[in-house]
Ligand binder design. Structure first.
Ligand SMILES: NC(=O)c1ccc[n+]([C@@H]2O[C@H](COP(=O)([O-])OP(=O)(O)OC[C@H]3O[C@@H](n4cnc5c(N)ncnc54)[C@H](OP(=O)(O)O)[C@@H]3O)[C@@H](O)[C@H]2O)c1
Length: 293
């Protein structure tokens, strides 16, 4: 019987715990934790993600300092905003919602964020800390994958983990996190040869690509743990209605795997929750005696 790695349920549990912590801590600190989500332009998917993050902040008692800029905003204007937020004592986390319009340099902007307020864990200082195995803010999606595996006591030590996708946002940091838990890690990408053979060798298989039905049942080792990070919108041609699916062909793979994440309800809610967790962690680090992450 295949087990469901229920990110939605774990996210709800963690958010309730964070809300309690925030309630308690703000009596000590005198203010709630603060998160600023910066969005540029009107990409509807980004707008939905930002709304989702702000609603989650509200649920746990984190104050939102979000700003929405028009598409033609300049790099200089955004840099000035980030500098001001770096100095703002009420703000513990800053996040730039990606992707940005083409005329903007996202890496340049991310580098402007104070590493101690880097809620998305994408600043070179925090990525460096991850490489070195030092405490620090971790990228939310891979951290969410790790937290979900930990919750279900998935044994990683000495296991073969295959991460498909090598982005700086998901694949690379996740590979390092799995390595830190003593998995033997392979990273596959668009140039990898014989993806089926690579995937089929995995005890833990993670798909972080953005391609519907990339992972089929014959690519999965019996009793593997399958984590689907992908988010793809597919439209039903008859009804015209869209729905979200992952990179994994869920119905066939669930017959082979021991554990599997659903889409939606898997890594998506965990990502938002790790953003809240990062913000509360920064708040503690900045305002209360430190807690190791
Ligand atoms: N659940 C969440 O909260 C969450 C958060 C972030 C992202 N996502 C989703 O996760 C997916 C990946 O996101 P991302 O930001 O990492 O995307 P990305 O930057 O586009 O990276 C995609 C990766 O997949 C690889 N790839 C593309 N086609 C492939 C193929 N046919 N076989 C093997 N590898 C292939 C690419 O290889 P190359 O490097 O060779 O091009 C690249 O490394 C997307 O669907 C995104 O929406 C979900």
């Amino acid at each position: 019987m295949t087990g469901l790695l229920d990110g939605k349920a774990l996210a709800a549990k963690m958010q309730a715990e964070l809300a309690e912590q925030v309630q308690h801590l703000q009596q000590q600190v005198g203010r709630p934790p603060g998160l600023a989500v910066l969005m540029v332009g009107d990409n509807p998917a980004s707008a939905a993600y930002v709304r989702n993050k702000e609603q989650a902040c509200e649920r746990v008692g984190i104050a939102s300092f979000g700003k929405h800029f028009p598409t033609q905003t300049t790099q200089a204007e955004l840099e000035q905003t980030i500098q001001a937020l770096n100095q703002d004592e009420r703000v513990d986390g800053i996040l730039v919602q990606l992707p940005l319009p083409d005329h903007l340099d996202s890496v340049g902007l991310l580098n402007q964020i104070d590493p101690n307020k880097d809620a998305d864990g994408l600043h070179p200082t925090n990525l460096g800390r991850l490489v070195r195995g030092e405490p620090g803010l971790r990228s939310c999606t891979p951290a969410g994958v790790m937290r979900l595996l930990q919750e279900y006591r998935i044994d990683l030590k000495g296991k073969k983990a295959v991460v498909i996708g090598r982005s700086i946002l998901v694949g690379k940091p996740l590979a390092l996190m799995l390595l830190a838990e003593d998995a033997t890690v392979t990273i596959a990408h668009s140039r990898s040869q014989d993806l089926t053979a690579i995937a089929r060798d995995a005890d833990i298989l993670v798909a972080a690509v953005g391609r519907t039905n990339l992972i089929t049942a014959e690519m999965v080792k019996p009793d593997a743990v399958v984590v689907d990070v992908g988010i793809n919108r597919v439209v039903n041609p008859e009804t015209g209605k869209g729905r979200l699916v992952g990179d994994v062909e869920f119905e066939s793979v669930r017959d082979v795997a021991a554990w599997i994440t659903p889409v939606p309800g898997g890594i998506g809610p965990m990502t938002v929750t790790m953003l809240l967790d990062n913000t509360v962690w920064s708040y503690r680090q900045r305002c209360v005696a430190g807690r190791e992450k």
